[in-house]
Each structure stands twice: as C-alpha cells, then as structure tokens.
Design a protein around this ligand. Structure first.
Ligand code: NAP
Length: 315
C-alpha cells in the first residue's frame, strides 16, 4: 500500500515526539504532523528541572530540539500540516489537511495537547502582545525592571512567577482564592522570594489602556469590591501574565472520538481510544499528572500499541 503510512502522529510535543521515536525504532513508516513549531507548550517553559536526567539549565526549547533530532535520526518524518477533518473509523485512517491534501495511515496517535485558557475579560484580547502574555519565556524580557502581575495559583503560574522575578522589579501573583494550588515545593520557593507578592481572593475584571496596558480593574472575590491598579508613572505600563490552566485541543475529533465533559480523551491504560487503531497521548488525555515525563511515557506506549495493531490486521 503505497502512500499509506503505518503511523501518523498529530502533534509534535513531547508525547508526539516520543511516539515518533518509538514508532520509527520499531521500523514503522512514521509521519508526525505539527501545525506550528515542534514542541507544544513546553517550548514556552523556561526551566525543566523535573525531567529525569535532563541537563542542567535545560529549557523547553533545548529539550525539544534534542527530542526532534533523535526522532529524525531514527527515520520519523516531521512535517508542517494542520489537520482540519478526520475520518478514523475505517481500517485506513484519513486525515484532511488545510490546503486540501489528504494523508492516509494504518494507525493514528492523537497528541494535540492543550492551549492556555483565557480570562475572557474586556481588554484581554485587545492587549494580548501589548502587555498581556501567556508565555514568560517569550515575553519576560520586555518587562525588565518593571512590575508584572501573574494570574493563577497552579504550578505554572507560580513557577513562571519565579522565572519572571529574574526580569521584573516586582511580581504579584493574583489568585482567586487565598491558597495556592501549586505543589508545596514550588510554593515554598515563591513565599521565600522577596520579589514576589500576593493579591489573594482577586480576579482581573478588565484591562485598559491606550495602545498598551495602562491599568486594570481587580475584583475582590469575597467582598465584590473593585480596585483600579494603574501603571507606575515612570514606565506607563506593566505586564499581565495569565496562567489559569489549559483547554484540550480536541475540537476536530468531536463526533469521531469519545471525549469527556471537559473535552479530554479518555483511554484505557494502553492508550486506546474508542476507535481501533487510534490512540491518544499526552495532555489531551484525561489523566492525573500532566508533565513532560508522563507525556513522553504516553507516546512510547501508544506507538508500541499502534505497531501491535497494524500487525494484527490484514490490509
Ligand atoms: P492548573 O493546575 O489547572 O491551575 C490553574 C490555576 O488557575 C488554578 O490556581 C485556578 O484557580 C486558576 N484559574 C482557573 N481558571 C481561572 C479563571 N478564570 N480566573 C482566575 N483564575 C483561574 O493549571 P497549571 O498550573 O497550568 O497546571 C496544569 C498542569 O500542568 C497541572 O497538572 C500541573 O501540575 C502541571 N504542571 C506541572 C509543573 C511542574 O511539576 N513543574 C509545572 C507546570 C505545570 P483554583 O486554584 O482556584 O482552581
């Protein structure tokens, strides 16, 4: 069957690249499709301290570069392509790409990850890239010696707030409750850091300015009281970094793959979806721990299952 891949992986984050590595090492004909740059969310991560054996000072981009090189070394093909529609039920899976082309494969691994949840408040969209950011690694430098507000209380918000203290004069974590969700070890670092302040029981209600962020309205979640925070005069602006969780990229699979009420794909421990020959790996899965290590493990398991699947079928 010419032009039919053994395995197509959608998404080139840690889950997709691990699947590519394991698939290619199993001598499958593997294509990884990525709509943007390889890496997924991890390329916006400044510090990778909890991936076993990662080199000191490893960042998201350096770790991903090593994963991409390793994957290609074993023969996996990585191509840019946006999957717009899928037809997965048959023995041969069909993926329709933006631009009109079609890719066929005997098995598919969905590793499309998740994207940052927005606050959905007035001004957020208008000032994205003009003071509002979802990526500390990308934008921290713009706020050297300025003030930054970091929204959220999870691991991401607190870790990125710590990273942002290397640039900003002051970082304020704005959290809707009076207790962080982040792991205790991360919290301890934040509480010890003199540049980090906390605005508890608070949400951002509106972001305002003239071309760039100049002020924001913060609401107390307990009392309902609203306060306007203005940029210090010397800079005329401040940064708002939003880290309030993620939304799974499963839109194109609706109606084809079973999703749970939060939009994640539920799998068995072998990462099978409800469709034979289709697997899910990484952050799009319903799981208890979303980390590079768990995404990488998913990729390996899914690729080996895909190999077993195509060997068990007569084409
Ligand atoms: P998360 O754990 O879901 O935390 C999201 C935070 O945003 C929570 O504090 C939540 O508040 C807050 N929030 C949600 N919606 C909000 C809204 N509309 N307005 C204001 N605040 C809102 O997300 P995450 O921190 O991005 O982490 C995602 C996953 O990655 C987690 O499993 C995490 O453990 C993992 N992760 C791990 C590491 C690490 O181990 N080094 C680093 C980064 C991420 P509440 O607390 O009140 O719900």
């Amino acid at each position: 069957m010419e032009n039919v891949y053994d395995l197509v992986i959608i998404g080139a984050g840690p889950a997709g690249l691990s699947a590519g590595l394991y698939g290619a090492r199993s001598r499958m004909n593997v294509l990884i499709l990525e709509k943007e740059k390889s890496g997924g969310q991890i390329v916006t991560t400044s510090d990778i301290a909890n991936y076993p054996g990662s080199i000191p000072d490893a960042t998201g981009p350096t770790l991903i570069k090593r994963m991409v090189d390793q994957c290609e070394e074993f023969g996996a093909k990585i191509e840019k392509g946006t999957v717009e529609e899928v037809d997965l039920k048959g023995k041969i899976k069909k993926l329709h790409l933006k631009g009109g082309s079609e890719v066929e494969s005997k098995s598919v691994i969905i590793a499309t990850g998740a994207y940052p949840r927005r606050l959905n408040v007035p001004g957020e969209k208008e000032f994205t890239g003009k003071g509002v950011s979802y990526c500390a690694t990308c934008d921290a430098d713009f706020f050297t010696d300025m003030e930054i507000y970091c929204v959220g209380g999870g691991d991401t918000a607190v870790e990125e707030a710590l990273f942002l203290t290397k640039f900003a004069s002051k970082v304020t974590i704005v959290h809707r409750r009076d207790e962080l969700r982040a792991a205790k070890s991360i919290q301890e670092k934040a509480f010890k850091n003199e540049k980090i302040n906390f605005l508890w029981n608070s949400t951002i209600d509106e972001i305002r300015g003239d071309g760039i962020v100049e002020e924001m309205v913060v609401k107390n979640t307990k009392t309902g009281e609203k306060t306007v925070i203005k940029a210090p005069e010397e800079f005329g602006t401040f940064g708002i970094f939003v880290f309030v969780g993620y939304i799974p990229n499963t839109e194109i699979f609706k109606g084809e793959i079973e999703l749970n009420d939060k939009g994640y794909i539920e799998t068995c421990q072998n990462l099978k979806t409800n469709i034979p020959g289709v697997y899910a790996a990484g952050d799009i899965r319903e799981k208890s721990l979303r980390q590079v290590i768990t995404a990488a493990a998913d990729g390996a398991i899914a690729a080996i299952q895909a190999e077993r699947h195509i060997e068990s079928i007569e084409y």
